[in-house]
Design a protein around this ligand. Sequence first.
Ligand SMILES: [Zn+2]
Length: 252
Amino acid sequence: MMRIRLIRNATLVINYGDKTFLVDPFLAPKGTYASFPNTANQVGNPTVHLPAPINEIIEVDAVIVTHLHLDHFDTTAIEALPKDILVISQSDTDAKSIREKGFSNVQTLRQVSTIDNISLSQTSGQHGKGEIGLIMGEVSGVVFKHPDEKKLYIAGDTIWCEDVEAAIEEHEPEVIVVNGGAAQFLQGDPITMNKEDIYRTYKEAPDAIIVVAHMEAVNHCSLTRNELKDFIEDKALTVNVIVPEDGETIAF
Ligand SMILES: [Zn+2]
């Protein structure tokens, strides 16, 4: 049975097919970093504490880094992780910079298509629209499959877009983790999913369970859990969309 534990922000610990994966480790104490530039709510990041000790969080078989923004792979994680742990990155470029941080076993999602009986497939996304999306750069998601597990799609830092639609069509995931929070700069549209994006994801995959991460942990996320939960209740989707607290584990 698969278990997904939301640590904080996009950081997840996933037990899947007898392996344990750490996704997007962002492990600094509350308030370690400056707020993101050109954003509202100028408070330090992360905005909340970790819900568990770091040594417990990093006891995993492999780490998946969907992209290299600070809130997905930070200095504290880089210092804490064993340097010989398998790190799976989205591209050769990201792999190179992760190696430069001292990691000796870095692969790309394209290279690691299976681990034991678990298959990993890379998906793409859009980290914002237009010019902001271009500045935010390349992002990825990943689909996990295993004969004894539900199909799991971690969408990564993406808004609702054709890439997400295509990933759902191709892989028919039964569990989908999306990054909500509606992160935003002072100008332009959100760079992670807002309520409407999450609703469109549900419309595309009405039989899947959607788990919303990336909530209430970095300064530029404007969508709160309470606001999202109200929206989910209004749409009668409380069975379909789950908004876990930091530290909460969900089993499927
Ligand atoms: Zn992010």
